[in-house]
Design a protein around this ligand. Sequence first.
Ligand SMILES: NC(=O)c1ccc[n+]([C@@H]2O[C@H](COP(=O)([O-])OP(=O)(O)OC[C@H]3O[C@@H](n4cnc5c(N)ncnc54)[C@H](OP(=O)(O)O)[C@@H]3O)[C@@H](O)[C@H]2O)c1
Length: 275
Amino acid sequence: MTGVPDITLNNGVTIPQLGFGTFQIPPEETRETTLAALETGYRHIDTAEMYGNEKEVGQAVRDSGLDRDDVFVTSKLDNGAHAHDDALRAFDRTMDDLGLEYLDLFLIHWPLPDRGDFVETWRALEEVYRSGRVKSIGVSNFQPNHLRRLLDNSTVVPAVNQIEVHPYLTQDAVRSFGAEQDIVTEAWSPIAQGKVLDDPAITRIAERVGRSAAQVTLRWHIQRGDVVFPKSVTRKRIEENFALFDFELTEGDMGDISALNRDERTGPDPDRFHG
Ligand SMILES: NC(=O)c1ccc[n+]([C@@H]2O[C@H](COP(=O)([O-])OP(=O)(O)OC[C@H]3O[C@@H](n4cnc5c(N)ncnc54)[C@H](OP(=O)(O)O)[C@@H]3O)[C@@H](O)[C@H]2O)c1
């Protein structure tokens, strides 16, 4: 029992709402850090070919002693592999590197709207999905116009859209479009890589509830219903970020944090990012 709720995706597969992010964890630290997360109780790991640490993530999952079915693993397609056959090869590469029999979730990492056609890329993901080697497929950094184009030209509805979300970028339009289409929102950089942690509105709530600013921010995501996977290489923070299920924010707290929105990205704008 980890206390982490499961969310059911549009194909019936369940995903733990809280996971562990591995962006910017150097490969030489990834096995140990991922094992620390699994020991803490995380059962959902988010990686990508671009992070350069899939091998070590797979090693940690295999070395953890946990049943494969008890850990949810996500990876993402490299930006250089959007052409149909390149995408199929990239998926094979990811599976070889992870050393796992199947993947839980595979995402198109960025839409790259000016660099080819993500509908063609999606066809390759649909083929892999039908082969059974991945349990669910989805997208990342898709804006509503990208999602609309995908939905109009494909058969499988993405299970998730993984986008940047935090108190300074609440992403109301993308999240509500996703909800209408039964696409779960996953929030990346959920604490804005630390930038929101000194905000007085958040520290005030943190003081009142006796929790850290990171915990309050992550709890805000959980109560909004998004999937989150904070990253940390620090054991104490890995544990802190996991302790989110024995306190609650009031509606007032939720509103105060949402009101911090200023549409401020820490990462690239998906319409302008070319990979
Ligand atoms: N799909 C995409 O395009 C995309 C883009 C970016 C990220 N992601 C995914 O989302 C995950 C999370 O995003 P992120 O890694 O960019 O940022 P994040 O989780 O918002 O923040 C990570 C940073 O915050 C620090 N931190 C973590 N917990 C803390 C705590 N309790 N107190 C104080 N500082 C804390 C970490 O430091 P230490 O590590 O030094 O402890 C690290 O510098 C990624 O790892 C990746 O899996 C996806």
